[in-house]
Ligand binder design. Sequence first.
Ligand SMILES: [Zn+2]
Length: 483
Amino acid sequence: MKKFFKYSGIVLLLFVAFILFRTLTFKSRQINEPQTALLQLDDSCVVHLQKAIRFKTVSYDDPKLMDSAVFKGFQTFLIQSYPLVFSKMQLEKVNDFGLILHWKGKSTTAKPIVLMAHQDVVPIEEATRQNWDADPFSGAIKNGFIYGRGTIDDKGSLIALLESAELLLKQGFIPNTDIYFVSGFDEEVSGLKGAKVMAKLFENRKIKPAFVLDEGGIITEYKVPGLKKTAAVVGIAEKGYQTLQLKINIPGGHSSMPEKTTAIDEMAKAIVKLHEHPFKAEITPIVAKFLDFVGPEMPFVSKMAMANQWLFKPLILSSYSKSAAGNATIRTTIAVTIFNAGIKENLIPGEAIATVNFRTQPGVNQQEVIAHVRKAIENDSIQITPIGDWNDPKQVANVNDETFKYIQKTISAFHHPIVVAPYLVLGATDARYFGNLTSQVFRFTPFTDPEGFHGVNERIKISEFKKGISFYYELIKNYQPKS
Ligand SMILES: [Zn+2]
């Protein structure tokens, strides 16, 4: 017995030593770049963004509501504001409002790069309009912020890109490789006429970019759990999107003589069961990569957990499950978004319909989602029908590739200190359509903790906006393609 304790003591000691060894050798993946000086910019860029905000380039689910005149006006404004961009680059319009600007580089053989930002914005929710501190389409400046729909999503980025290009052209700069600016006009309603068609065009022309950069990730001072440093999260993949309609028909009738069960009862039960059977939480390869990048930068105890994911997996998953964003990172999510039944108070309806939206982990396809629902609800009388537009993007960027390192290096030169990490984008972006052209599709805008995204008081700090121009300027200027 004594011997047993002796040996188990040694095993425990070795075990602890192993955990510590892994923690202490958990190598930082960060790049220590010398700080780049920011451009000295006057306020003409600010005026440009203010003007851009005043064009109500709103996307609606019903395409008939699109105001073409506003989009036309917006594009005239862009042409007038960026004369060098629109005279030196080749402009191609796709479906009237999709813009491709082709900037010829020195190399005729190197792969080009694609920089993206969309022109459209989401509408203002009328019920919350009075909560805005400034008119959402005024571009008003308050306390060092530019206010308005689109300042963050995504005109801030679009204008910053054009400002940097105009400045470089003014300086006589010629990029090392071809650069394409791609700007969609229906990103907020799936990008079917904009980015999707433009990506197809690239595909038909056999243009294979070295990398694509679109919106998605941000810089954040506090949003990464367990990390006490500023982080830049760069999307290397995005979640898929699917919607299912669940429908049940049970003869209804007068509410004075209800049957044992009704369509509403059955559908309600199904929804509860769906809620009780979430998709499995997992540390997917993308999440593992994220943890590999942020882990070494964390305080000791968190670092130990990240360095030993095999052991602390349950702990990591339970901590991520606690927040909506964390939960969405580790599993396919289920959200019931529409629930319809009944038309009159004394009439039992014969039909109940629920619409359920899923955001899938990369690799989860429509059949798997349907199978999961079928098993969870345990009711074969409920019809399950896919509706609307769906996608399951498969592209995941390689973080060991030099293009990721280049993005990381460029970000690191702007913020000191900063932790750059690859991550999974929870929403959908126009960039997904370019996943057929290259695996190196990144989603990142160079702004810190943007506020009011799709909500009230969307705004960007003027200093952040200017910093973003510097970021794109350096990104374009220093890019050396692999020959
Ligand atoms: Zn957007």
